[in-house]
Write a protein that binds this ligand. Structure first.
Ligand SMILES: CC(C)(COP(=O)(O)OP(=O)(O)OC[C@H]1O[C@@H](n2cnc3c(N)ncnc32)[C@H](O)[C@@H]1OP(=O)(O)O)[C@@H](O)C(=O)NCCC(=O)NCCS
Length: 161
C-alpha cells in the first residue's frame, strides 16, 4: 500500500485493539535492527492489553493514528500536555514509508497550535533518525534497565518557538 493512502486522524476508542497489537509487532519485528533479543523481549514481552491503551489514551494526552484504506490503525503517536512525546510505533508492514514522519509532523503542528513551547522524547535507536529529521536534537544518551535488562535510548528535544 502506498503511503499516500494512509490518513492521519485523531485516535478513537475503537483503535485500541489494533494499537495494542501493533505496539508488540513493531517492537518484535523492528527492534532487532538495533537491540538484542533479550532487550526486545524486555521492551515488549507481550501485546498490550487493549484496556491499557484505552486508559493511557484517556489520561489527558492527545493521540493521533495513521489509518490504512480500511481505517485500521497501522501506526500511532501520543503527546502529553507538557510536550512529552510518549509512544511512536509503526506496524512493520508499513515501516520505512514516512508514516512515523507524518505522525510527527502532525504532533509538531498540533503542539505549536496549543502553545507548547518545546517537545521532548526518549527516542529508541530506531526512532532517533526519524526525530532528527523533524528537527529534534539529542541532549543525552540514557542507559537504564527494563525488567532487569540493560538498554538505552536518547533524550531529544525540539523548540517550537
Ligand atoms: C521508529 C518507528 C516508529 C519509525 O516508523 P516508520 O514509519 O518506519 O518511520 P519513517 O518511515 O518515517 O522513517 C523510517 C525510514 O523510512 C525512510 N522513509 C521516510 N519516508 C519515506 C518514504 N516516503 N518512502 C520510503 N522510505 C521513507 C526514512 O528515510 C527512514 O530511514 P532511516 O531511519 O534509515 O533514516 C518504527 O521503526 C517503529 O515502530 N519501531 C519500533 C518501536 C520504536 O522504536 N518506537 C519508538 C519509541 S521512541
Amino acid at each position: 500500500m502506498e503511503a499516500a493512502t494512509i490518513v492521519i486522524r485523531p485516535y478513537r476508542t475503537d483503535d485500541a485493539p489494533c494499537m495494542a497489537r501493533l505496539y508488540y509487532e513493531a517492537v518484535q519485528a523492528l527492534g532487532p535492527r538495533a537491540y538484542s533479543s533479550a532487550q526486545v523481549a524486555a521492551w515488549a514481552p507481550a501485546p498490550l492489553a487493549p484496556i491499557d491503551v484505552l486508559t493511557r489514551a484517556a489520561d489527558g494526552r492527545t493521540t493521533f493514528v495513521a489509518a490504512d484504506a480500511l481505517d485500521q490503525a497501522v501506526a500511532y503517536v501520543d503527546l502529553e500536555a507538557d510536550g512529552h512525546v510518549d509512544h511512536l510505533y509503526c506496524h512493520p508492514d508499513f515501516a520505512g514509508r514516512g508514516v512515523a514522519s507524518r505522525l510527527l509532523e502532525t504532533v509538531i503542528r498540533h503542539a505549536a497550535e496549543q502553545g507548547v513551547a518545546a517537545l521532548y522524547v526518549e527516542a529508541s535507536e530506531l526512532a532517533r533518525p526519524v526525530f532528527e529529521r523533524q528537527g529534534f536534537t539529542v541532549t543525552a544518551r540514557r542507559d537504564f534497565e527494563v525488567r532487569g535488562v540493560p538498554i538505552h535510548n536518547y533524550a531529544m528535544q525540539r523548540d517550537l518557538t
